[in-house]
Design a protein around this ligand. Structure first.
Ligand code: AMP
Length: 347
């Protein structure tokens, strides 16, 4: 396998054979002033604060201008910080509110030392460059960034209902209508990314967030690339979502996202990924030969769609545009159908 491996997401149980991840970083010493989040998200962008900052945001994440006194950068003092929202490998995410506009955001705090030690500087740079310029209702917005001596701060759209992974673990699995809506929306977001020549390469529940109206949002473009790409990649996290060409270290293209769409569809419907096994060697074998077992409760149409996505030959995977026309999608997720609101009290 032509992949260097490290694990990073804090949630998914480690697969056998995973190397240590160093997830246990110290939380930054940031004050935790509590504040209320507005019931509905403010629709205007973070801008309107002052012309210079607005310019930064309007320029689609070009970031603070260097060496120009007229263009003031964002800094931590522009934000009130709230509760921690979660923890990633390289830092923590906090709820925050821009002081002047009261616009609520999520502030992702990354430690420069860890980024340098892990040699992922270029990856963070790419994540910022790519995510700042994407605008789609099912893609988490990145409004900008700033940094101080020790940390980098990413100003992100706040996704009220947190991670898809956590929601899935709470519910165990979702019904077909709900999954069809998520898959429809994710497909639309991927069509948009691919049109912009961006391959996400790391679609999985840990990298999906749930917004105010329970809509899916793709987050975490840390592994994304501008197409075409045949570069070797360092595998971060679970093997389960990797396509056969990726685990074999072959050149890959947009079709890796189509494969992971099929894996995600299965995991959301069943509660476990299709190639789950007792060790990574078995998972690898199952992916390579596409060995999938569908539980009885999965409908024929859902199986048909997954069977057309989980195809060894990348060229033969169902194009995303055809996913949107597949009968399982059109019947379960007609235009306008929205994801259900989940009540944490009810299963
Ligand atoms: P990450 O470092 O991006 O993997 O984020 C770690 C965790 O923080 C996620 O699993 C979410 O629970 C939470 N989180 C990250 N970004 C956001 C956001 N924009 N809105 C709400 N929660 C978030």
């Amino acid at each position: 396998m032509n992949i260097n491996k490290c694990s990073c997401k804090e949630n998914r149980p480690p697969t056998a054979g995973r190397s240590g991840c160093g997830c246990n970083i110290n939380a930054p010493k940031i004050p935790m002033d509590g504040f209320k989040v507005p019931a509905a998200p403010v629709s205007r962008p973070l801008g309107k604060v002052n012309d210079n900052k607005e310019h930064q945001l309007a320029s689609q994440g070009a970031g603070p201008a260097k060496g120009d006194d007229k263009k003031k950068s964002w800094s931590l003092s522009d934000f009130d910080l709230g509760r921690p929202l979660g923890k990633g490998k390289f830092g923590n995410v906090y709820l925050a509110r821009e002081k002047e506009s009261h616009y609520v955001v999520a502030l992702k705090v990354l430690f420069k030392s860890q980024i340098l030690d892990s040699e992922i500087e270029h990856q963070v740079r790419r994540e910022v460059e790519i995510q700042c310029r994407l605008r789609h209702p099912n893609i988490l917005r990145m409004y900008g960034y700033f940094h101080d001596e020790k940390r980098i701060y990413l100003i992100l759209e706040y996704a009220k209902h947190g991670s898809m992974y956590k929601l899935l673990k709470e519910r165990e699995r979702f019904d077909e209508k709900t999954v069809a809506i998520y898959i429809r929306d994710l497909t639309k977001a991927l069509v948009y990314c691919h049109a912009k020549k961006v391959i996400h390469r790391d679609i999985k529940p840990e990298n999906l967030l749930i917004g105010h109206n329970w809509e899916l949002k793709i987050a975490d473009f840390g592994w994304s690339v501008h197409s075409p790409s045949s570069r070797r990649m360092t595998l971060c996290g679970t093997l389960d979502y990797l396509s056969p060409e990726m685990i074999e270290g072959k050149p890959h293209n947009y079709a890796v996202d189509i494969w992971s769409l099929g894996v995600l569809c299965y995991e959301l419907l069943v509660g476990l990924p299709p190639f789950d096994a007792k060790d990574s060697h078995q998972t690898y074998r199952k992916i390579r030969y596409v060995i999938i077992k569908y539980p009885d409760f999965i409908s024929e149409k859902a199986k048909d769609l997954m069977g057309k996505l989980l195809v060894i030959n990348p060229e033969q995977r169902l194009p995303l545009i055809n996913v949107l026309q597949h009968p399982w999608i059109t019947e379960n997720a007609p235009e306008g159908a929205q994801p259900p609101a989940f009540n944490p009290e009810q299963k």
